[in-house]
Ligand binder design. Structure first.
Ligand SMILES: Cc1cc2nc3c(=O)[nH]c(=O)nc-3n(C[C@H](O)[C@H](O)[C@H](O)COP(=O)(O)OP(=O)(O)OC[C@H]3O[C@@H](n4cnc5c(N)ncnc54)[C@H](O)[C@@H]3O)c2cc1C
Ligand SMILES: *[C@@H]1O[C@H](CO)[C@@H](O)[C@H](O)[C@H]1NC(C)=O
Length: 497
């Protein structure tokens, strides 16, 4: 009873804060949209003076963002040249889980068939495990058609499908080559220098170059302020001959020292990802990693997966690692070029939101470019495209902030305050109803609203204070400061994104 009361009070306070946010947000949006309209009227569109056959747009990198964008711009009639370093299937442990919100973006782009025929698995939510107890968190999919759900797959199968679809358009030219630098004249990007498959240095020219060369980008330097943080590494292995407790749900085990994630990536394989803080990452090559996984992680794995897990880490060359990079979106608007995808903005991989943000950005950029016939006035286009940064905020901020907060909350530490924080979060999810629904709506990319995120974070903080006061309030319990930690993590993350 008392707990519910606290939650109601939390709701009221959060609503008040919410109103302030809403007011602020709508002002920002309104400002962004009027700016857009005004610019459209003044500077666009002009008649097409480009000769047919010349390149309108160069795309560097045909990963998820680049390939989806190439298809979308090609569909809109642009002459697109895509330069991709390696057209063979990439072998990665990242980008295997597409959230329902990302699937909706695929539909908007006409690319939903790229998850067909790759043995993709439907995902309906996650089960969180902690100390032998579990909580089922479902994506809120009730109001959508039955095919809308998360999709898990091998990243390379998906990317190859996207590339194939882009290359099927006669006006999209997908070329294997490595971009080495941007060609800049008087502060305007005119194209790129690249090395083609036979090692020849070539230059491609276009009025607009879109750089999406991924998390290890070497072209982003002049297009943004690349302040990258690497709080942890993800270690991945593939398990076979085993089944998850619920096949349509991923499983997240909140264990010490590392959260462990399992989800199916085909009808016969389960991906296991272990998140390890950067300070303690063991070396794979000298066998320390296998030892770490065997001694510290294996005992925390679900019993039905144990044998397959041990088999997977003992298999030769099966252990893969990848840095978890975090980079706030901090563009340096440059005429003639724009940056998207991981090259531009990265959040922690733990919530699997990267492809959803990238695809959402592709939709926004495609829609902004659609009414422009002539791209030759680089400075005007650059100014016009500044609204991209406003329009992308709802989706990118919601997913980024949630990912970065949850990676802190989910990494157990010997710090009792952090442990308490984790329990508060799980308790909040256990309340069910609007509480867990709200979190999963944002987590799944179906509710791109930072305001809603703020609402829930404040009510979690207040719920946490309530938990502390029960059953008997005491000043010591109130002042142990843990809840302030929650607020400070939230605020710190919010400010940094
Ligand atoms: C451990 C981990 C797990 C993750 N899990 C998920 C998940 O489950 N779900 C999810 O949605 N997201 C996940 N992500 C994030 C996701 O992988 C990325 O957000 C997504 O792949 C970004 O797409 P992109 O097109 O920007 O980059 P990429 O997909 O990395 O594509 C970049 C492309 O550019 C090419 N390239 C690079 N340099 C050059 C050059 N100089 N010239 C030409 N081509 C070049 C590369 O070959 C590549 O094809 C995870 C990330 C990490 C680190
Ligand atoms: C690379 O460029 C050179 C010079 O234009 C050309 O002769 C060669 O065929 C190209 N190689 C490939 C693989 O396209």
């Amino acid at each position: 009873m008392a707990e519910q009361y606290i939650v109601v009070v939390a709701g009221v306070i959060a609503s008040l804060l919410g109103f302030v946010f809403l007011y602020y947000n709508s002002l920002v949006r309104f400002w962004g949209l009027t700016k857009l309209k005004r610019r459209s009227a003044l500077e666009l569109p002009k008649e097409n003076s480009e000769a047919v056959g010349t390149t309108d747009i160069i795309i560097v990198g045909a990963g998820v963002a680049g390939a989806a964008l190439a298809y979308s711009l090609g569909k809109d009639g642009r002459q697109v040249l895509v330069i991709e370093r390696n057209l063979n299937a990439p072998n990665r442990i990242a980008g295997e889980s597409l959230l329902p919100g990302g699937y909706l973006k695929l539909i908007e782009l006409g690319l939903q068939d790229c998850v067909d025929e790759i043995d993709a698995q439907r995902i309906l939510g996650y089960i969180l495990y902690k100390d032998g107890k579990n909580i089922l968190v479902s994506f809120p999919l009730e109001k959508f058609q039955p095919h809308v759900a998360g999709r898990n797959f091998h990243n390379d199968h998906f990317v190859q499908k996207l590339r194939k679809k882009a290359a099927s358009l006669h006006n999209v030219n997908l070329e294997q080559g490595t971009a080495t630098s941007l060609l800049e004249e008087n502060g305007i990007v005119k194209g790129v220098h690249y090395k083609n498959k036979s090692g020849q240095m070539l230059t491609a020219y276009a009025p607009l170059t879109i750089v999406c060369d991924g998390c290890f980008s070497n072209l982003r330097r002049s297009l943004c302020y690349p302040k990258v943080d690497t709080p942890s590494y993800t270690v991945g292995v593939i398990l076979t001959n085993c089944k998850l407790p619920n096949e349509n749900y991923g499983a997240l085990i909140l264990a010490d020292p590392s959260p462990i994630l399992f989800y199916p990536i085909s009808s016969t394989e389960i991906r296991c990802l272990v998140n390890i803080p950067s300070e303690i990452v063991p070396s794979v090559s000298n066998g320390e990693m296998a030892h770490f996984l065997k001694t510290l992680v294996a005992p925390k794995v679900l019993p039905e997966l144990y044998n397959s897990f041990i088999f997977a880490i003992e298999k030769k060359d099966n252990i893969r690692t990848m840095p978890n990079k975090i980079m706030a979106a901090a563009p340096h608007p440059t005429p003639g070029a724009i940056l998207i995808g991981d090259a531009f903005n990265m959040r922690h991989g733990i919530t699997g939101g990267g492809m959803t943000v990238a695809l959402s950005d592709v939709v926004i950029l495609r829609d902004l470019l659609r009414p422009l016939h002539d791209l030759s006035d680089a400075s005007a286009i650059c100014k016009y495209l500044e609204s991209f940064y406003t329009l992308r905020k709802p989706m990118s901020s919601t997913i980024n902030i949630l990912a970065n907060v949850l990676q802190k909350v989910f990494s157990a530490s010997s710090n009792p305050a952090m442990e308490n924080l984790q329990q508060t979060f799980l308790g909040y999810l256990r309340l069910g109803g609007v509480f867990s629904y709200g979190i999963s709506a944002m987590f799944s990319g179906l509710c791109p609203r930072p305001l809603s995120l703020a609402f829930h974070f404040f009510s979690i903080a207040i719920y946490g204070v309530g938990r502390l006061l029960l059953p008997f309030p005491s000043p010591k319990r109130l002042w142990d400061g843990d809840k302030l930690l929650w607020v400070s993590i939230f605020v710190e993350t919010m400010v940094s994104m």
